[in-house]
Design a protein around this ligand. Sequence first.
Ligand code: ACM
Length: 762
Amino acid sequence: MNFARILSLLFITVLGYICGAHSQGQHSVIPQPVSIRSAPGNLKISDISEIIIPAKQTEFRFVAQQFIDELGLTKCKIKESKKPAQGKHRSIVIIPLQGDRKTDYYSINVSKSGILITAVDDAGAFYALQTLLQLKESGQIPFYVIEDYARFQYRGMHLDVSRHFFPVTFIKTYIDLLARYKFNYFHWHLTDDQGWRIEIRKFPDLTEIGSRRKETLVGAYGSSPEQYDHTEYGGYYTQDEIREVVEYAQSKHVEIIPEIEMPGHSAALLASYPQFGCGDGPYQVATTWGVTNNVICPTDTSLWFMKEILSEVCDLFPGKYVHIGGDEVNKDDWKKSTECTKIMRRQNLKTYEDVQSYFIRQIDAYLSSKGKILIGWDEILEGGLSQNAVVMSWRGLDGGIQAAKQKHKVIFTPGSHCYFDHYQSLSPMEPLAIGGYTTLEKVYSFDPIPSNLPSEYHRFVLGAQGNVWTEYISTPEQVLYMSFPRAIALSEVNWSQPANKDYVQFVRRLNQHISWFDAQHLNYSGSYYDLDYKTLPSPEGVLLKLIKAPLTGKILLETSSPEEGLHQQYLSSDSLLLGSSQEFKVWYQLQDNRLSRSLPIRYTHHKLSGKKIQFVQDPSSKYSSGGPIAVINGIDAPSNKFSGPEWLGFDAGRNMDATIDLAKTDTLHELSIQFFQEESSWIYLPQSVEIFTAGEDKNFISLTKSLVGIRPGRGIIHKIIFPSPAVCRYLRILVNNYGQIESDKPGAGHGAWLFTGEISAH
Ligand code: ACM
């Protein structure tokens, strides 16, 4: 055992002793380290004169130079030493550790004699540098003793550059930010229906044709009438640019995973080389969102074509993983194709799911032969895979759980917590997004180990990833707005020990990071301190409970009336009783004077508001955040999006069957119900609404049934005038779901979603 090893062991023992006391101090490091303890005093960075690294280990020389450049150690020299622990006064000493520690392990001891860092390898030393950069303040680093390592080995962020293209300079900025928060994978979604963005030398038309779309949809997908911008859109990365980005990412210990989508999401590919499709064409690079029906044929020639593409991709990306998509494959063209029928006969494939599986297995075998590991979205599970293949679970947790039970490695990226293209605040000023409602707190609450995954399968979970799909994100500023600070919350999900996670603490530490983003002129979202709310039933109406970020501040309320004009006041309580129709706005004003965006509330008192409601079958847990009262709380659901606490979503073709207790016998004349429709999200208007009434005896009789019919628009209001006034105590509302989605539509074969908003009665 050499001297360095003895010293580092001694150091770790002492560290373990000190950290037994475990104090978190007032630091702002994100992700939260395993243990961190402060001591009085600071080290002046400009006093550091040398970095001592182990002899003959070039990777440490590179990271030492990063210390010099990034900490601004202008006078500092790098010195190699066989006994690096014997550093001079005021030096940084990096000691490599052997043994069975995780590769990203590091420890730091900042004291008056300098900075002692131990790390298993240069990645660990790089993470120590990221921590020091966050601790540095006004040219000084406070004395700290830190021991740290990641909870998960896979810490990923994704970016879709197909729907919108982002230049190399921005990709590097994105990678910088990932590295700052100790992410180690960048999933680069390079191809999709709306554009092919990677040069493939053997097939130049992929970029010549496939990287350009004739125009782009304006506004929300599903709006009627559709509008286009009549402007060609394009862009791609040359192979030289890709190499440059890969090398850049390597220097930051970020591995890039290229994604080449197949066999679906392939309009841009087939527009360039239609001979590899199964349909009649003509194909064009998609100009609107959603998924096209286009699909690559499972023929030998098409598989050859895909393998040739992947051959160039494998050469460009030295990492071990290649992502091949595999999601949302529309099989209609396969069903119509005689070529496909021949393959099915030859390969003894019984179903079109078997064809999908055959396709993926061919590609899997090819990638394995190139020494690569295939990653695919969770649909690739349908039909068997090589044991090596990794599953990315995006349709909730179930795909990942199933994969782990089959002993596949899994990366969790569920839409509910990890899709950063979702809305992040209820503010109507939020820019147009694809849907959903994924707050910073929700991201932070994610645990990549599902509670119902038996412990023997935990080892198959590699970690979690945040996805940034860019249908509604067209600029680098907007990518940052949607990704940060949610990615910062995810960094702690992936890195920090569950016992060290605390959202209140996290949001306080985040303040310093927000200041850093400001200083760097980097965009981010302040949505996490916008107000959220809950409604509760009350005998007098509806109780509105405002939910604020865990930061000190006051709630400001603004009302407007013809008599008093605009009137503002601070609220003394977070709750407001809504007993009569009213309109107001609320803000959260932080102690440091930051002001949230306003939350407008329009409460319309009606005969159902605040009453008790019960469902025969509850709405989906994914779309019921406002609770059952959401549909009778006097607050309309937004007509332009199906996210937030005002919509209740019933999945898989389920009806809404609700009974409302009016608390006393009342007379009703009419009723209105809000519904939402968005084909691309599998949300359809219901077929019909049937109303039943009952007196105290609960003996229900049908009052009226009305068809909803086909209507344009997203949020619609279905109004029912009763044939005669209904005198009743109980009201039963049965909304009949659209049913199974037809074969030519998104979600074909599945039961439709039914989204219900406010039900009001007068
Ligand atoms: C996906 O969001 N289609 C993976």
